[in-house]
Design a binder for this molecule. Structure first.
Ligand code: 5GP
Ligand code: ZN
Length: 115
């Protein structure tokens, strides 16, 4: 989709090192790291929100989430992670192309993420 920043990353127009990818999803570091290791799972095709994703893509989405989270946990020596998905601007979605944040957490850290 024209002028979609995540479509440009998906098709290589904007170079961005990938953490992991499968047929339908890939992951990259977020350019504004809320915590060290903050990463995004992004769909290769343009869909606006989770509600637009085909149900059949669930397996690949979970695969990308798990592989990415495990790599980041290892690299950051984290003890856990938050998985965040904002849908529609009212819920804080800024980029209108479906994506999932992975935020690594450490015991006793001062991160504001509580859900
Ligand atoms: P949202 O609020 O839509 O859930 O989050 C969008 C996220 O995309 C933000 O955390 C923002 O830092 C990230 N982001 C925006 N533009 C780019 C970009 O060009 N590259 C990367 N890697 N992340 C981006
Ligand atoms: Zn897009």
């Amino acid at each position: 989709m024209e002028d979609c920043i995540f479509c440009k990353i998906a098709n290589g127009e904007i170079p961005c090192g990938r953490i992991y990818e499968n047929e339908s999803f890939f992951s990259v570091p977020d350019k504004n790291q809320k915590v060290p290791g903050h990463s995004l799972i992004i769909s290769k095709r343009h869909f606006k929100t989770t509600l637009d994703l085909p149900t059949t893509s669930g397996k690949e989405l979970l695969d990308c989430i798990k592989k990415t989270a495990m790599k980041i946990i290892k690299k950051q020596k984290a003890h856990g992670f938050n998985l965040v998905n904002n849908n529609f601007p009212a819920a804080g979605q800024i980029v209108q192309h479906v994506h999932y944040h992975i935020l690594p957490r450490k015991k006793g850290d001062k991160s504001p993420f509580v859900y």
